[in-house]
Design a protein around this ligand. Structure first.
Ligand code: COA
Length: 157
């Protein structure tokens, strides 16, 4: 059976923590889709289209990785697009508490054959989030190495 996995998030902006999870998940599954979502509860730096473009540019060398966007329930997108795995990254026990609740709720909503799989974030990136990277950048701090080079260039622009 071919495996089709989804890694979703706001990616505003994508960080090296996301890239770490994506590159590892791409080795585990036949196909990996990065599902970008516009999260109305978060104030964004980049539009949905810009985030998709940035991800496509950064991930162009991965043959089995593609980028898409969706709105509404993640489970609806998963069920109607033939995914059998949802990948999530875990940085800390705080993530775990939130993730377990989401995984159990999604499990109710998923078709029978869908599993949520957790990958432990590389400890190098366990303290970063898109918001903290944006805040440090906006206040003039150095974020070299925390976001891919192409994305840093776009942020500077
Ligand atoms: N390395 C670095 N940072 C990471 C990371 C990693 N491995 N994993 C997550 N993060 C960061 C993200 O950048 C994000 O930062 P931010 O809050 O500053 O933007 C933060 O950790 C939280 O990540 P995540 O939980 O993935 O939030 P998100 O907004 O990126 O995505 C969805 C959340 C899309 C997965 C979730 O909101 C969703 O499924 N929405 C659809 C609606 C739905 O189905 N709701 C019911 C769910 S049961």
């Amino acid at each position: 059976m071919k495996t089709k996995a989804l890694y979703s998030g706001s990616f505003d902006p994508p960080t090296m923590g996301h890239m770490d999870i994506i590159s590892r998940a791409a080795k585990l599954y036949d196909e990996l889709v990065i599902g970008v979502i516009g999260n109305p509860s978060k104030k964004s730096m980049f539009t949905l289209e810009e985030r998709e473009d940035m991800l496509r540019e950064t991930l162009k060398d991965f043959d089995n990785v593609s980028v898409d966007h969706f709105s509404g329930l993640l489970a609806d997108y998963v069920n109607s697009n033939g995914f059998n795995v949802v990948v999530r990254g875990l940085r800390s026990t705080t993530d775990f508490d939130y993730e377990i609740q989401m995984a159990h709720m999604n499990d109710r909503l998923f078709n029978d054959s869908v599993e949520t799989v957790f990958l432990m974030t590389d400890p190098k990136y366990s303290y970063i989030s898109s918001s903290v990277v944006k805040e440090v950048f906006t206040l003039g701090g150095d974020i070299n190495g925390l976001v891919p080079d192409e994305i840093l260039k776009r942020m500077i622009k």
